[in-house]
Structure formats: structure tokens, C-alpha cells
Write a new protein. Structure first.
Length: 112
């Protein structure tokens, strides 16, 4: 009775060791090729904060009227503005921030 239990236990430990080494190797490969989700979130939050700060410094952009969201370095601008000039300026500013891969400008121009 002890011998089958021992065999099962040894087989289980070997399977666990193999699965652990495969997981560790895959995790090392993933860490080398991709950023972790947490690191990407921090980068995106930093990009968003930097764009908002630059918008606040620029008197031609109404910071409270322009929304900024970032996902994987892609920035989306949204909101309403009374002029094409402000829309274009908000996009120009966003493109100057390090880490920005592209900008999707969904700001809507409408007269007050």
C-alpha cells in the first residue's frame, strides 16, 4: 500500500517541479520582451499627468475642457472647444510628451 502512494507522491512532485520550471522560464521570457501590466499602467498615468500639466501651462488650452486618457502610450484627447486652434494646440502639446506613441484627437469643435 505504501509503494503506490510513494509513487504517486514522487510523480506529483516531479510534475510540480516541471511545471514550476516551465512557468519560471516563460515568466523570464515575458519580462524580457514585455513590460508588466503595472509598469505600463504607471507609464500611461505619467504620460497623462505630463500632458495635463503642459495643457495647464499653455494659456491657449482650457485644461478643464480637454480630457486626456492614455493606454499603451496611445493618447486620446476628448472634450469640447470653441476653436480649431485650441484643438490643434492640445494635440501638438500631447505629441511632445516622452512616451507618446500616437495621439487620437476626438475633441469636438462647437461654437458657444
Amino acid at each position: 500500500m505504501k509503494q503506490p502512494v510513494t509513487r504517486i507522491l514522487v510523480a506529483s512532485l516531479l510534475a510540480l517541479a516541471t511545471a514550476s520550471s516551465v512557468y519560471a522560464a516563460d515568466k523570464m521570457h515575458t519580462e524580457k520582451t514585455d513590460k508588466s501590466a503595472a509598469a505600463q499602467y504607471v507609464d500611461d498615468a505619467s504620460i497623462t499627468a505630463n500632458i495635463k500639466a503642459k495643457h495647464a501651462e499653455d494659456k491657449s488650452v482650457r485644461v478643464t475642457a480637454i480630457g486626456v486618457e492614455t493606454k499603451n502610450g496611445v493618447v486620446q484627447l476628448s472634450g469640447f472647444t470653441p476653436s480649431n486652434t485650441e484643438k490643434a494646440r492640445a494635440e501638438e502639446i500631447a505629441k511632445t510628451v516622452p512616451g507618446v506613441k500616437s495621439v487620437k484627437n476626438d475633441i469636438i469643435v462647437r461654437a458657444n
